[in-house]
Design a protein. Structure first.
Lengths: 174, 174
């Protein structure tokens, strides 16, 4: 009785072993991963136009160019508005961080001011300028600053006050 | 076996969908924007200097007609100071000067009279020809008055008629 049981058990083992050897297979695949810095975008400097004396006649277009200068002077076209003190303006700055030579697209730049209706007209952000490399691709170190200026029109009827607003930059990393 | 194939297919499909999402990422950042609009500095004539009408008498004395400014004059122009509006940018120092004298000439003729502007000794102005100096005490705009004095000798032969002239007020912003 015990012998028969042992045989049966041995047969069972043999069957199982036979099945294992028939389907066993082994393969090796290489695996790799590249760790990159997360793509980020952050505003590092505000857009400042400084103080502008409004025109007594005509329409004046006030423009702060997209540049790295932190002490710029707005340019004025038309009318007789003038900058009261030079060197008090600056374009906005946005720092983009990603991987080396990473491509991106600038989707939009939107400048707006609160209470601008009837006071500031034709408000617009300017085309960004890159600190290094070109707009649309990060340099080899993966860090780039985009400078974004803006412009608007004022007239003799523009209310005398301080106008605050926002400049929104939207980009898409590829 | 069919079940296994189905699972693998699902995994591949999942990978295929996930890949684009991780490769393209939108980012947005907001910078503040500001501009301060102020009144332009300058000077404007609100009303001219009008000397009174002088009526000579045979006895050698003179009287004035309409020499008291008042409201409700029905359009009659009485004697009055010149009234100027001077604007400055906040915090800016300035000086305002008027000539000590100026000449009025008879309309249609060439007879001239010299009008002496009021200076410090008479009406508390700052000094000879200087109407005010330094920063304005209140706000960015002020109204100033300039009066004149006409000396007429009894022996002088005066040709009747209106006399007109100009005097320049200079505002210097520092």
């Amino acid at each position: 009785m015990n012998f028969r049981t042992l045989l049966a058990a041995a047969a069972g083992v043999a069957t199982v072993a036979a099945a294992g050897s028939a389907f066993a297979a082994s393969a090796t695949a290489n695996a790799s991963a590249t760790i990159v810095a997360p793509s980020t975008l952050a505003a590092t400097r505000d857009l400042t136009f400084g103080q502008i004396a409004k025109p007594t006649s005509g329409t004046s277009t006030i423009t702060v160019a997209s540049s790295s200068s932190a002490s710029a002077t707005p340019s004025i076209d038309g009318g007789n508005a003038y900058v009261t003190t030079n060197g008090q303006a600056a374009s906005a700055a946005f720092q983009l961080t990603g991987s080396a030579n990473q491509a991106y697209t600038v989707d939009s730049t939107v400048l707006s001011f609160t209470n601008s209706a009837g006071n500031l007209a034709n408000i617009a952000a300017l085309t960004p300028v890159a600190s290094a490399g070109s707009v649309g691709q990060l340099p080899a170190n993966g860090v780039q600053v985009l400078y974004v200026g803006g412009k608007f029109d004022i007239t003799p009827s523009t209310a005398v006050t301080t106008y605050n607003g926002t400049l929104v930059l939207n980009v898409t990393y590829q | 076996m069919a079940r296994s194939s189905s699972l693998i297919g699902t995994c591949l499909a999942g990978l295929a969908l996930a890949a684009p999402a991780s490769a393209s990422a939108a980012s947005s950042a907001v910078a503040s924007a500001s501009v301060k609009i102020v009144e332009a500095g300058g000077i404007a004539v609100l009303s001219p200097l009008v000397l009174p009408t002088i009526i000579a008498t045979p006895s050698g004395t003179a009287t004035f007609a309409g020499d008291v400014p008042s409201a409700g004059t029905g359009g009659t122009v009485y004697a009055r100071n010149a009234r100027l509006m001077i604007r400055q940018e906040s915090g800016e120092a300035l000086s305002v000067t008027v000539p000590d004298t100026f000449t009025v000439v008879r309309v249609g003729g060439n007879e001239a009279l010299t009008v002496k502007t009021i200076t410090s000794g008479e009406y508390g102005l700052v000094g000879d020809g200087i109407l005010m100096s330094g920063a304005m005490m209140h706000g960015v705009a002020t109204s100033v008055h300039i009066s004149g004095q006409l000396a007429l000798a009894s022996a002088r032969r005066l040709v009747p008629g209106p006399y007109e002239g100009l005097f320049a007020v200079v505002v210097e912003y520092n």
